[in-house]
Design a protein around this ligand. Structure first.
Ligand SMILES: [Zn+2]
Length: 258
């Protein structure tokens, strides 16, 4: 059986895809991707992701407000996210979470929005896409508090660069991990850490540009295209490590290009 891949995290409402999204989605299909999740960052982008998913069968959508955008969000923005969350194209909320790396929103406000996303996900029974940057202890604290009161919610730790201890704490709460997009230099022994996380809980991610300002635009697009082509081999390594796990062997849950 051919490997079936799901791209769990793509910012397809980005203006850079405006001219050739159908071609980009066809490249993903050609690489064996059966579903791409268009991940939102603001209320406007939430509406755009839902609209894209309504036009392209291969797409699903998230809706939510990313922690670095919560300060610019007005009350109607959250109302819009809540309304959009009931659309049939929506499979998860986010991205949400906490970020101490950038200083773009008061931390208490980030916590407030993170809690709102978790509560809404529980109400809807859908997943959560979590952005966590230099805020591991705080994310674990909030997830643990939520878990202790209500039990597990489904979701993905996106761009995970944390410690093994944080990973183990999240594993105990049933969270899978998407390998880091950010520089691994701050993360000691990432390979060893990955070996200690069960392979059926790790999502793979080919290396792609992380800073939109770090490379010329054309070079960024070329690297994203290369990432699509590398998906099958990246996933094959993961699947190989899953050999013998019958319930996971036929489908790789994991890839991403943004
Ligand atoms: Zn993202």
């Amino acid at each position: 059986m051919a490997t079936e891949l799901i791209d769990t995290h793509a910012h397809l409402d980005d203006e850079r895809f405006a001219g050739d999204l159908p071609e980009a989605l066809q490249r993903a299909r050609d690489a064996g991707v059966i579903r791409v999740v268009a991940v939102a960052t603001t209320a406007v982008s939430s509406a755009a992701c839902v609209e894209l998913a309504s036009r392209h069968d291969v797409l699903a959508a998230t809706v939510g407000i990313q922690p670095n955008h919560v300060a610019e969000a007005a009350p109607p923005d959250w109302d819009a996210v809540v309304a959009l969350s009931r659309q049939p194209q929506v499979v998860a909320l986010g991205e949400t979470g906490l970020d101490r790396y950038w200083d773009r929103a008061p931390f208490a406000l980030q916590e407030d929005y993170f809690a709102r996303h978790l509560a809404l996900a529980r109400e809807l029974g859908c997943g959560v896409v979590i952005h966590c940057r230099e805020a591991e202890a705080d994310v674990v604290r909030m997830l643990r508090d939520d878990f202790d009161r209500h039990g597990p919610v489904r979701g993905v730790m996106h761009s995970f660069t944390g410690t093994l201890e944080t990973a183990q704490a999240c594993l105990a709460m049933a969270w899978p991990f998407r390998s880091p997009a950010c520089s691994p230099t701050k993360t000691p022994k990432p390979a060893r850490r990955r070996r200690q996380i069960p392979p059926d809980r790790v999502l793979v991610k080919p290396t792609v540009p992380t800073s939109r300002r770090s490379r010329p635009r054309q070079a960024q697009r070329a690297r994203v295209r290369d990432a699509h082509r590398r998906l099958p081999s990246a996933a094959a390594g993961l699947i190989a490590r899953r050999a013998g796990r019958a319930h996971h062997a036929q489908r790789a849950v994991a890839v991403g290009c943004s």
